[in-house]
Write a protein that binds this ligand. Structure first.
Ligand SMILES: [Cu+2]
Length: 133
């Protein structure tokens, strides 16, 4: 019995390390000041740092690409790489969207509460759900 525990424990630890290594850190740097509403989302060369954020209507929200390597992003209201018309979304997100080059920041203000799907037409897996309160 003791031998089995010695064998199983390292495997469990290995599994825990592997599980924490993949996936994205929820929140990360994408949190507002003092636990307030989220005011920005960061992205790397191919995706957003998180898959969803909750923001406050009327508060400027930033799309940030802090990396100085990698390709550009073209961000619009949409899903899975396609722009989808959303009359409630800020005009900047209308088809064909706006371009973010590495190192760029783009500020968008959501004025209407609701749920918005945001996509990147360069990266079909790059999706963000923005809940505006
Ligand atoms: Cu992209």
């Amino acid at each position: 019995m003791k031998k089995l525990a010695l064998l199983v424990l390292p495997l469990l630890l290995l599994g825990a390390v592997a599980a924490s290594g993949c996936g994205k850190t929820p929140g990360g740097t994408n949190t507002g000041p003092s636990g307030g509403p989220v005011t920005q989302v960061e992205m790397d060369a191919t995706n957003f740092a998180v898959s969803s954020v909750t923001v406050k209507s009327g508060v400027p929200f930033k799309f940030v690409d802090p990396t100085d390597t990698g390709g550009l992003h073209i961000i619009c209201a949409g899903h899975n790489g396609k722009c989808i018309a959303n009359a409630d979304a800020p005009s900047e997100l209308a088809d064909p969207g706006f371009t973010i080059n590495p190192g760029d920041t783009k500020t968008v203000t959501f004025d209407k509460p609701g749920t918005y799907q945001v996509a990147c037409t360069v990266h079909p897996d790059m999706n963000l759900t923005i809940t505006v309160q």
